[in-house]
Design a protein around this ligand. Sequence first.
Ligand code: 2HA
Ligand code: ZN
Length: 266
Amino acid sequence: MIIESKTIKKVCEIAKCCYDFGWDERNGGNISVLVDESEIQASLAGAPPICRINTGVDNSNLEGKLLLVTGTGKYFRNIPNEPKESLGIIRFCKNGFADIVWGFENGGKPTSELPTHILAHKSRLAVDDNHKVVIHSHPTNVIAMTLTHPLDSKSFTLSLWRMITESLIVFPDGVSVLDWMLCGNVEIGIKSAELLKECRSVIWAHHGIFCTGSNLDETFGLIETIEKSAELYMKTLGHRITEGISDDRLRELATAFGVTPKKDLL
Ligand code: 2HA
Ligand code: ZN
């Protein structure tokens, strides 16, 4: 049974954590995971596709792959109790089309951010063979920081690294910041995918974050760490009496933990 698959169980667990942390109010946020054929193939065998959709984007290189994705208008709070309505699996076909092969019961369809998810998967797969997961979320302090900090990726990354020791170790690739754009369309997907060639995280100003990774725990952990740094940044804004971790100390940290900080930052 697909519903018992470990990926669906994990998506339910992560959606609950995101909701409990206050990152995914109402129907905010969406998750997608490239699912291994072997995990669910036996359950799908013989079942005809439910319907075909036009994803609206170039999905070449993904043909045949399966993507588990949250549904449009669905509340993260309800995903653990209503997985068959809140989630679905699509199989990519040619020319931007995809078949819904499981889920989205009672008339659901994939998230409005599907174009960004698809383009993000393509972008990350081109640089990371282990890539599998995209999580979009609305973490409060990350968004607050986009209201109190210049929106350039370099200084934004440095400000996050300076707050807590863990940051440089967890995201040496930094974050990219995208100034406000209309969401839910191909244009923001193309811009985000471009930025994702260089790092795993894109912050959408005054909206939220898109994080990518090789599994759900790691991708969720990346958001947690960025959000924790942003929280420290916001909590100390206006009354910091130290700069936080200096450039020299960040270099020392990188050497000790064997990580390579994004070029031209330190
Ligand atoms: O609807 O978060 O960006 C869910 C969203 C859109
Ligand atoms: Zn959103």
